[in-house]
Design a protein around this ligand. Structure first.
Ligand code: ST9
Length: 613
């Protein structure tokens, strides 16, 4: 039996009952995709995950890709190869492409819902399969030559990578030293060493296109220090005919010089790539013939940050469902309220602490799913506006605000919950490879690290998405929360908690904003802000999630009040109300304590000498 479990009922509830996404289907840019087709997409992807994609994740965790340093190549394990081909043959990856490139126009909310399933079943496969999506970007940002290359990337289903990080340039991408030298024929030669490159080498596609940040040498106005001096280059593994895409048989001068040994997600290769260190030059093209590297790369990074948050949520979802299944069958101990020594043994779902744990897991994963989909709803607005020749600046700003929260809040909550609650539900058995939890914990840890650590997301949230935005997007979201609170509705006790939580978050933010205003007079105030940026991010995550959960709880309560439900629906809606109440009651009161801790930060810890740690 596969490790993968899914909750299509909750995905559909969010898409259609909470966020009303059916309004976008069968009309406008998604005219070819109606509600029924969207339902089928979810069912079929779920079936594909269950039958063809999921098993390779666990099998090949024990049988990972093999790196050969003499040929600089990687041999992928057979199960992953087969699963990868099954995914590419299914054509579901086309949901992420525009019609112009052979894709199917779908609102981002539906795309992320479908992607949740593969990201739960086998996230490495999604990453290997992202080449055509990179092609989409090259098509969007490129010149005529790049558009041709982009078509080869899509039509020939090449792999692709994002190549930023270097041994001494991780979070600080601007410290990168890889150089690019202009050639007479318009190409560039890249020289340098890059590290932690996901899918950097494998044998599942005929070619791999690397999107590489490098510093141009000897070109006026570019190549200077920091991120702004970087340009973005398309550098293929194998040379090919620009017109036809056929490989010429010649190797380009980019080689995998190491594959990392990792704690988890072992099916996904993480490579060191060396460019231009042999007699063979690493030849590339400047994307779009413009020197705008970091901004171009951020198109990829933004997508990948959303992907990582969704992956974290998806892993917690399958983790919780595995824990629930185990708890329903595991018989251990007597009911706590039964005094007799010979009382009958019960399944562990009867024990209060297991109930607490299961409800904490259920409420958390459902909240994270809502956060992902609420963000995807902003992307729907941007997508629709784009198709109508408009720009929805408000949705863009709210999406920008939410992305670091999706990335960091989902990954931090999911990783912790998988270890402390989902694995724990299995008792000692959770520690064994007989169940998927020990792997999920290992595989999910990376989500707090790559695509910008949690600390980076906290800085991005406060300085870029709040201060630089002058608080407009954060005000848009808080006005929505206020409007919801002002309307009449059930869950009155939880509404009071939400109002107090919103006030606590507003006070944390006001305090940090005041510190920001004092920075010119007292530069050290920045340290106080820096001590609270992660806290702020997690608090805003709690607040937005609690609000979304209460919105869902209200809809579920109204369905229950209306009556006439099937037994399964009655259970589902009761579960939604209970999860909303649980989330609000257990997370919102903590915001007052967080506010007090935020207000109490001092420079003591900054002034402490390093030697005292
Ligand atoms: C990695 C790989 O971890 C992990 C898995 C990969 C899986 C791959 C598969 C994914 C599929 C993807 C397919 C994609 C296809 C494309 C889809 C699209 C159709 N938002 O603040 P400044 C820009 S890889 C937007 O001064 P510093 C902006 O241009 C490694 N833009 O920064 C800005 O200029 P301006 C991941 C942003 O102090 C400029 O940067 N590594 C944002 O110079 C400079 O900004 C990381 O994630 C933003 N939020 O540098 C690095 N922020 O201001 C983490 C900046 O004029 N480190 N820009 O607008 C950071 O993010 C740092 O904060 C830093 C700081 C490097 C940006």
């Amino acid at each position: 039996m596969t490790h993968y479990q899914s909750n299509l009922r909750d995905i559909r509830f969010n898409l259609f009952e909470v966020f009303g996404r059916q309004e976008l289907l069968g009309t406008g840019p998604a005219a070819e995709l109606d509600r029924e087709t969207a339902d089928t997409a979810l069912t079929e992807m779920d079936h594909l995950c269950r039958t063809k994609l999921a098993d390779a994740l666990t099998t090949d965790d024990r049988n990972p890709p093999v790196y050969d340093p003499t040929t600089h190549s990687v041999r992928m394990p057979e199960a992953t190869k087969k699963a990868y081909q099954a995914y590419m043959d299914s054509d579901w990856w086309r949901l992420e492409l525009s019609e112009e490139l052979g894709g199917v126009e779908a609102p981002p909310s539906l795309r992320w819902s479908v992607l949740e399933l593969i990201l739960a079943a086998n996230p490495a496969l999604y990453m290997y399969s992202a080449g055509p999506k990179f092609g989409q970007l090259a098509h969007q940002l490129g010149c005529d030559r790049d558009k041709k290359i982009a078509r080869h990337m899509v039509e020939r289903q090449w792999g692709a990578t994002m190549v930023l990080t270097e041994p001494d340039a991780g979070s600080d991408v601007g410290a990168g030293r890889t150089r690019a030298y202009a050639q007479q024929d318009g190409t560039w030669h890249i020289k340098g060493v890059k590290r932690f490159i996901t899918s950097g080498e494998h044998d599942m596609t005929e070619n791999i296109m690397h999107l590489v940040l490098a510093r141009p040498v000897g070109v006026d106005g570019v190549g200077g220090p920091g991120t702004k001096g970087l340009s973005l280059f398309l550098v293929p593994k194998y040379h090919f005919d620009l017109e036809t895409g056929d490989l010429t048989g010649e190797r380009n001068g980019v080689f995998a010089t190491n594959v990392e040994h990792k704690m988890g997600l072992k099916v996904s290769t993480t490579c060191e790539l060396t460019f231009g260190d042999t007699d063979v030059p690493a030849v590339g093209w400047l994307l779009g013939e413009v020197h705008d590297g970091i901004a171009q790369m951020f198109h990829v990074i933004e997508h990948a940050r959303m992907m990582v948050g969704t992956k974290a949520m998806a892993t917690l979802s399958t983790g919780y469902l595995n824990a629930l299944e185990y708890a329903k069958t595991r018989v251990q101990g007597a009911d706590l309220a039964t005094q007799a020594k010979d009382a009958p043994r019960v399944t562990i779902t009867h024990h209060p602490d297991v109930r607490r744990s299961l409800m904490t897991q259920k409420a958390t994963v459902e909240a994270l799913r809502m956060l992902v989909l609420f963000t995807a709803v902003q992307q729907d607005k941007i997508w629709l506006a784009g198709h109508e020749g408009r720009q929805d600046r408000s949705a863009e700003a709210v999406n920008d605000l939410l992305l670091p929260i999706v990335k960091a809040y989902c990954s931090e909550r999911a990783w912790l919950m998988l270890g402390t609650e989902s694995l724990q539900t299995f008792g000692g058995s959770g520690f064994l490879q007989d169940y998927p939890l020990e792997q999920y914990v290992r595989d999910a840890k990376i989500d707090t690290l790559y695509e910008g650590t949690t600390a980076i997301q906290g800085l991005d949230l406060f300085f870029r998405k709040i201060v630089r935005d002058r608080g407009r997007a954060v005000q848009t979201v808080s006005a929505e929360i206020e409007a919801w609170l002002e309307a009449e509705g059930p869950l009155t006790a939880e509404r009071v908690l939400l109002a107090r939580g919103a006030e606590d978050c507003a006070l944390i933010l006001a305090n940090m904003s005041q510190q920001m205003m004092a920075v010119q007079a007292r530069p050290n105030e920045l340290y106080k802000i820096g001590l609270n940026t992660t806290r702020l991010l997690m608090c805003l995550g709690d607040l937005v999630c609690a609000w979304l959960m209460l919105r869902a709880g209200e809809i579920a309560q109204r369905a229950l009040d209306a009556g006439g439900l099937s037994a399964a629906d009655e259970d589902f809606y009761r579960g939604k109300v209970a999860a909303a109440q649980w989330f609000a009651r257990t997370r919102l009161p903590r915001l007052t304590a967080e506010r007090k801790m935020a207000e109490a930060v001092s420079l003591d810890v900054i002034e402490l000498p390093e030697s005292a740690f």
